[in-house]
Design a protein around this ligand. Structure first.
Ligand code: ASP
Length: 309
């Protein structure tokens, strides 16, 4: 039996330290703790890594602090288009949805698609229809909207009209939730869910539902979920690239992941972060932005942080 471990991120677009109110700080930390505890309960009971990551993500999707499910970012037309994926490192199976508009918990549908094996990825109306036909909880698109996401959209659209090119807050650029786990049978899994970024064009799909980009798991190496500028994660095949550097170059998880996030992505000025665990249970939670909602849990304890702490 292996000692299980679960790690999560709530996006590398954490609210800047100076703007983080005590109430939001408390709410974010409480949400991270809940997600860790719920996922770890599955692992402690001898459950699968892929069930643990799915259960953890459901908690974050239901929490308005994070950009996934309820509280997800709005696209420029004021509509939520949700992306999610999940991968099982033991079998290499995966499932994903992109551009879903009415699925309350997209990760649950990604998980179900994984178990159905074919198709792996469903988009937009087909994702919603499949979810509805398979009995998943469906909601109106407006269910996902919060006052704060509405304000962010208004602000972003006003900036465009006024030609304001000052830097956009990290919160508006990034946000995603991710979970990775090593279960007591030695198997790995990863899952990711997101609303993308505020004022994204309708139909834009990021890295989160793309297996090998925002999500990857392979028992031989690691499980990883990314957050940050999705276009670059796709171009780099981020998740698979970390795995490949470990498998073919013999790098540690730390060296593989830092080479991408701190060297390559930082050099391009792109905000990026990830949660990852290797087959030995080593956890990495790197980010190159001001903060990333993040945490891990294992039998010895639990860790949660937003900025440095
Ligand atoms: N990776 C997500 C996307 O591009 C957003 C983020 O994590 O910041 O959709």
């Amino acid at each position: 039996m292996r000692e299980p471990v679960l790690a999560i991120h709530g996006g590398c677009g954490a609210i800047p330290n100076a703007e983080l109110t005590p109430a939001t700080d408390k709410a974010a930390r409480a949400g991270l703790h809940r997600a860790l505890e719920v996922g770890f309960k599955v692992l402690k009971a001898g459950g699968n890594a892929f069930d643990a990551v799915a259960e953890s993500i459901v908690i974050l999707e239901d929490d308005p602090v994070f950009n996934a499910g309820f509280g997800a970012a709005l696209n420029r037309e004021g509509v939520h288009e949700l992306d999610s994926s999940l991968m099982d490192g033991a079998t290499g199976r995966a499932g994903a949805v992109a551009g879903a508009k009415r699925i309350r918990n997209p990760v649950r549908v990604a998980r179900a698609l994984m178990e159905n094996a074919d198709p792996l990825l469903l988009i937009v109306q087909a994702a919603d229809d499949w979810a509805e036909a398979h009995g998943f909880e469906m909601v109106e698109n407006s269910y996902f909207t919060t006052a704060s996401r509405r304000e962010s959209l208004t602000l972003m659209l006003e900036r465009e009209v006024s030609g304001d090119v000052s830097p956009v807050s990290e919160r508006d650029k990034h946000g995603t939730v991710g979970a990775v786990a090593l279960d007591s049978h030695g198997h790995l899994a990863a899952a990711t869910s997101t609303g993308g970024y505020t004022a994204k064009p309708a139909g834009r799909v990021g890295d989160s539902p793309i297996i090998g980009a925002g999500t990857w798991a392979d028992d031989r190496t690691c499980a990883i979920s990314g957050t940050g500028k999705g276009e670059l994660f796709i171009r780099l095949s981020f998740g698979h690239e970390v795995h490949a550097r470990m498998l073919y170059q013999g790098l540690t998880l730390e060296a593989a992941i830092n080479g991408l996030i701190h060297d390559q992505m930082s050099a391009l000025g792109v905000g990026a972060g990830a949660c990852a665990v290797d087959r030995d249970g080593n956890v990495m939670l790197p980010y190159n932005t001001e903060g990333m909602y993040r945490g891990w849990i294992r039998p010895e304890g639990v860790f949660v942080a937003i900025h440095e702490t």
